[in-house]
Design a protein around this ligand. Structure first.
Ligand code: SF4
Ligand code: SF4
Length: 393
């Protein structure tokens, strides 16, 4: 590690002296080791967001797998009612060696941003070993966690070897709500404890939540809590079925009317939808099955080593146990050029920019990649109505 640190400091000072604008991936990767990245961005007065935007723009046309996620496990210590993934069977999970091999390959293919997710990553006893292996590769790492397995020792380790940030799922602001959502009230205390541990150690984190029937009355309390801590907070209310097609999570959905009313009551969210409505064109090629950015610079890897174009599309996989990351990535253009078999209501819709419909969701909801998901459709229409009302007043 010491050697890497020295190398980082050399690069750091060179860049500060020369006022070099960071656009090169290798440089970026080198300075992200050992948390030197944040200092250099500050020193160069180069906002991280600008750096990220420029690099994404530069690499988009080159089809580089710039950003991806690895679900290191599908196991979880919580029992959330809305969960779409949890499977406590250990189910053929990637070994430490397999994770490392895949990390080597994706870094070689040009990945810079890597998210570790699950399940709950910290249910794996070797998760920190996998994490540090990826960090030593110079990847910019985000960790998604429910926070409930964080101990002072883990927090100390993350203080020494900081991720870019952690994203903690917050499911309510009371023990009672946590009991209703996750199965145990104690999970609330554990999550709050993790937040304190990270704050005390100045480890960057963000909070996120899902708005479901069980916690709908606490969503703005969660937002105020995050604001009080001066950390980002976001929430989503679109609950999809389980990846195996199970419909249990759908029981937790708030109605489209209630969901849109709550999201539009949030000034920041309302502004974002308004911006999308005014500035983005609902462009899509009606002949193609996939019409979003998945698979262009993004990828997902599940806990069994299946490479996918995103975490929603589970029905097209490349088995990384049988071939290399590069070979799998090179199959993406063929996947993305798949034609839609028929024309449905979405083909000519002008609300696509307010809508989260995708073939993965259609498959989970109806077992048909082109089926309309009525719940999602209704939400898009209600959003459009709310935004139009706002524009007119
Ligand atoms: S914390 Fe996440 S992975 Fe675990 S049960 Fe809840 S939603 Fe599922
Ligand atoms: S689901 Fe509805 S709103 Fe969304 S693209 Fe299809 S028709 Fe349009």
């Amino acid at each position: 590690m010491a050697q890497i640190l020295t190398r980082n400091n050399d690069i750091l000072w060179k860049l500060i002296e020369d006022k070099v604008v960071l656009l090169d991936m290798d440089e970026a990767r080198a300075i992200t080791l050992n948390d030197v990245g944040s200092h250099i961005w500050t020193a160069l007065d180069l906002k991280y967001r600008d750096f990220s935007k420029r690099l994404h723009f530069k690499k988009e046309s080159e089809r580089v797998p710039l950003e991806g996620a690895i679900e290191v496990t599908s196991r979880c210590n919580l029992n959330c009612r809305h969960c779409y993934i949890k499977d406590n069977s250990k189910n053929n999970e990637l070994s430490f060696e397999e994770c490392c091999r895949i990390i080597d390959e994706l870094a070689d293919a040009g990945c810079l941003w890597l998210t570790f997710t699950g399940g709950e990553p910290f249910t794996r006893k070797d998760f920190l070993d996998i994490y540090i292996y990826a960090k030593k590769k110079g990847l910019i790492i985000v960790i998604f966690t429910n926070g409930t397995l964080i101990t002072p020792e883990i927090a100390d380790y993350l203080k020494e070897f900081k991720p870019f940030y952690l994203e903690i799922s917050l499911y309510g602001m009371s023990r009672e709500t946590y009991k209703n959502v996750t199965g145990s009230a104690d999970n609330y205390d554990r999550c709050m404890e993790a937040i304190s541990l990270f704050r005390d150690r100045k480890i960057q984190f963000r909070l996120k939540s899902v708005l479901i029937k069980e916690n709908r009355r606490e969503i703005f309390e969660m937002k105020r809590f995050a604001k009080g801590l001066d950390v980002d907070f976001r929430f989503d209310f679109l609950i999809n079925p389980r990846i195996d097609g199970g419909k249990g999570p759908c029981d937790t959905r708030v109605t489209p009317e209630e969901g849109v009313e709550i999201e539009m009551a949030d000034e920041e969210v309302r502004k974002e939808w308004k911006k999308s409505f005014i500035e983005e064109k609902p462009e899509r090629n009606p002949d193609l099955l996939f019409f979003c950015g998945a698979g262009k610079n993004l990828f997902n890897i599940d806990s069994m080593g299946n490479l996918q174009i995103c975490n929603m599309v589970r029905f097209i996989n490349y088995d990384l146990r049988k071939g290399s990351f590069k070979a799998g990535w090179n199959q993406f253009p063929e996947i993305l050029s798949r034609k839609a078999k028929g024309k449905n209501k979405c083909s000519a819709c002008n609300l696509a920019h307010l809508c989260t419909i995708c073939p993965g969701w259609s498959m989970m909801e109806h077992g048909n990649e082109e089926a309309l998901v009525e719940y999602v459709c209704e939400i898009a229409h209600l959003r459009a109505k709310a935004v139009l009302k706002e524009i007119e007043t």
